[in-house]
Write a protein that binds this ligand. Structure first.
Ligand code: T4K
Length: 393
């Protein structure tokens, strides 16, 4: 079992070449403009529009994913209503609902994709339901067609937490919006990781949120992006992210300060230049883990992430998962994470939903996410996988 001299963390952020970043800093210095819808932010928005194939009118950038969700939920009118969501996610998905006075209702997940199950969600729809919030957890794609059907049948909004799904593209013909809004077809990746012509996952449903936190495969130091179907909502979102003030004399709503600043936008622009390489490297890491685990019955690699944002593996039971987590740390100096354990319903603010999601409960107790990031040597990946095999043997 290999013990690494330096700790191997579950993830490390990609950092662009410092000289390139400095050129951008010089531009910011020359502009003497640091935030409040500056030129770097405008440039970032344009580049994201091009990369995702979504018109600029259907995007809004924020200073982090959590506030993007909060203001997105608010703008979609979810306050005071019930919202069906998954307990198998990061707390931000639900915190943002609670903070605008919406009530999260937890439904179980699909045993394969680990994303919210449309069938389980449908059983919980009531006249008070205003929306469903599925999460493309780990970059695994939800049953977007199933949720589209629910949205149409019950007249509820479908808002995706796509925090993990930047760089995920799905079949153009499956997109609700098709080519009607002039979306460009851009480079994406298929289920086997190959490059294909597809369109952004962010185009599904009424709204999607991508997180640009440094623990994500693509980041802007901190940041969040909303992609929405109805361009008319953009003005409201721009208003809400800037206190809902208009000039010096008017304020029309209870807005927040959720503006992305110029340094964040610059980091995002520099990382975006490298996105294909970042995605390709993650695929190589995934392949290396999958190859080592191929002959091991006791470790199941979850294969569904399209962007390989995370490498989740499942063990036969809770005790084995806990042993692997601890021994990797203590014997190998490798820091895996138990994303997403405990379930949200095991946390005090959401304990009212406890016990209703047996599939999520089971998977959360057996899952571990292994280190993956740009630059993690493939031989280290193989050594980590071999250690895991030894621990479970
Ligand atoms: N929805 C979902 C489904 C999400 O997963 C998230 C965030 C959100 C919404 C909200 O989006 P944001 O508001 O964050 O944009 C992390 C992240 O803080 C969080 O962004 C992320 N999900 C969540 C899944 O993971 P921690 O507490 O696990 O992060 P931390 O600080 O322990 O970092 C993880 C590893 O990365 C550590 O080993 C250290 C390393 N690291 C971290 C940072 C920040 C670095 O090497 N460099 C760094 O700069 O929550």
């Amino acid at each position: 079992m290999k013990r690494f001299a330096k700790p191997i963390l579950v993830t490390r952020p990609y950092l662009p070449p410092l000289d390139e970043f400095k050129k951008g800093l010089e531009e910011i210095w020359a502009n003497q403009w640091l935030t409040n819808n500056g030129p770097m932010l405008q440039k970032f928005q344009k580049e994201l529009s091009r990369y995702l194939g979504v018109p600029e009118t259907n995007l809004a950038l924020f200073n982090n994913g959590t506030l993007a969700l909060e203001l997105g939920y608010y703008a979609m009118g979810l306050s005071g209503g019930e919202v069906i969501t998954t307990p198998f996610t990061f707390v931000a998905t639900s915190h943002a609902l609670k903070r605008i006075g919406a009530n999260p209702v937890f439904a179980d997940i699909d045993p394969e994709t680990m994303c919210l199950s449309p069938e389980a969600a449908e059983k919980l729809i009531t006249p008070r339901t205003k929306a469903i919030v599925p999460v493309h957890v780990y970059g695994n794609v939800c049953d977007v067609e199933g949720f589209e059907r629910l949205g149409e049948k019950y007249g509820v909004k479908i808002i995706y937490d796509a925090a993990h799904a930047f760089g995920v593209f799905i079949n153009a013909e499956k997109q609700r919006r098709g080519d009607a809004e002039g979306d460009k077809v851009v480079r994406g990746r298929g289920e086997d990781g190959s490059s294909v012509e597809k369109k952004s996952i962010g185009c599904c449903g009424d709204m999607s949120m991508f997180s640009f936190h440094p623990t994500k495969l693509f980041h802007s130091c901190e940041g969040g992006l909303l992609v929405f179907k109805d361009a008319a909502i953009q003005e409201k979102l721009f208003e809400l992210r800037n206190f809902a003030i208009h000039g010096e004399l008017s304020c029309t709503d209870v807005g927040s300060n959720a503006k992305m600043n110029e340094l964040q936008a610059l980091m995002g622009l520099e990382c975006l230049k490298k996105i294909d390489e970042l995605l390709d490297y993650r695929q190589k890491i995934y392949n290396a883990y999958a190859e080592v685990f191929a002959d091991c019955q006791d470790v199941k690699v979850v294969p569904y992430s399209r962007n390989r944002a995370y490498v989740p593996v499942l063990f036969k039971d809770f005790a084995t998962r806990e042993r692997v987590y601890t021994e990797l740390k203590e014997k190998c100096n490798v820091f895996s994470r138990r994303y997403f354990y405990p379930l949200l319903t095991d946390f005090a603010p959401y304990a009212y939903g406890s016990g209703n999601c047996p599939v999520a409960d089971n998977l959360a107790s057996r899952v571990l996410t292994l280190p993956t990031y740009y630059g993690l040597p493939i031989e280290d990946v193989k050594a980590i996988a071999e250690s895991v095999k030894e621990i479970v043997a």
